[in-house]
Design a protein around this ligand. Structure first.
Ligand SMILES: CCCCCCCCCC(=O)SCCNC(=O)CCNC(=O)[C@H](O)C(C)(C)COP(=O)(O)OP(=O)(O)OC[C@H]1O[C@@H](n2cnc3c(N)ncnc32)[C@H](O)[C@@H]1OP(=O)(O)O
Length: 215
């Protein structure tokens, strides 16, 4: 596969082939042919177990972010998780409707949490969302995310969002590519005062429970 294939360059008729590489989307979220099935880590939490927050300041799951999504995520079967959150006033885009970017953030968070079952720290490389139906304020959004393949450091995830219960109306779906990183990624790139606060606070330190934290 060529670099152009991988990054999807010039796939769109309006793409400028002479544009700098960095301005071109970096490729599909489809697992390549050589991808393998993801393996649930033997010590991953049992299906049904609440996974809790990974960081109390996280917009997606943090308990200390009043305006955040407060996602509650549980391990599912295989390499999957389920979650839910209530659409709050602070999540509006149009009057009474969720902001699309925040629904994407919810997908990012829930797919990021799939890493807990793989026990590989990973960050989002690419995230795609299909918005199928409007989502009103005050409703509970039910999310499900799962891994469909792994190719080296690359993990291919899928997710869906429903109203009226976990099997209810499909309102959005997402696909993402996550890239496995070393824990040094967070120590090196995060604002140092926040990184130090996490490293010095045993409670927050424990919240990195799924990984061998020894940066
Ligand atoms: C303790 C755990 C906490 C977890 C928190 C989860 C929170 C929710 C998830 C998030 O929101 S994470 C925050 C949003 N994401 C980021 O901030 C990531 C920013 N980007 C980066 O740091 C780097 O670009 C990245 C680590 C993703 C990759 O850089 P690297 O230098 O490590 O790898 P490289 O660029 O060589 O890419 C590795 C492979 O991934 C591929 N790749 C990387 N980014 C890609 C992309 N965007 N699209 C397609 N492919 C991509 C790349 O082509 C290559 O494929 P090959 O191995 O086949 O050559």
């Amino acid at each position: 596969m060529t670099d152009q294939d991988r990054h999807g360059a010039s796939a769109h008729p309006h793409d400028d082939a002479s544009a700098p590489r960095a301005e071109v989307f970096r490729g599909p979220t489809e697992p390549p042919e050589h991808a393998v099935a993801p393996e649930r880590h033997p010590q991953a939490p049992e299906p049904g177990a609440w996974l809790g927050t990974h960081y109390d300041q996280c917009f997606g799951c943090g308990e200390q972010r009043p305006e955040g999504l407060h996602l509650r995520v549980a391990a599912g079967p295989g390499v999957s998780v389920t979650a839910e959150f209530k659409v709050a006033e602070a999540h509006q885009g149009a009057p009474g409707l969720i902001h699309g970017g925040l629904l994407s953030a919810a997908f990012d968070e829930v797919m990021g949490t799939v890493s807990w079952l793989l026990r590989v720290p990973a960050v989002t490389g690419r995230l795609e969302t299909d918005f199928l139906k409007p989502v009103p304020v005050g409703r509970i959004v039910h999310l499900r995310a799962w891994c469909v393949g792994q190719a080296g450091r690359k993990f291919y995830h899928r997710a869906e969002a429903r109203l009226d219960g976990p099997e209810g109306l499909l309102v959005a779906k997402a696909a993402a590519l996550f890239v496995g990183v070393k824990l040094e990624h967070f120590v090196t790139h995060g604002r140092q005062e926040d990184v130090q606060a996490v490293l010095e606070d045993p409670q927050r330190y424990r919240s990195l429970r799924a990984f061998d934290v020894n940066p």
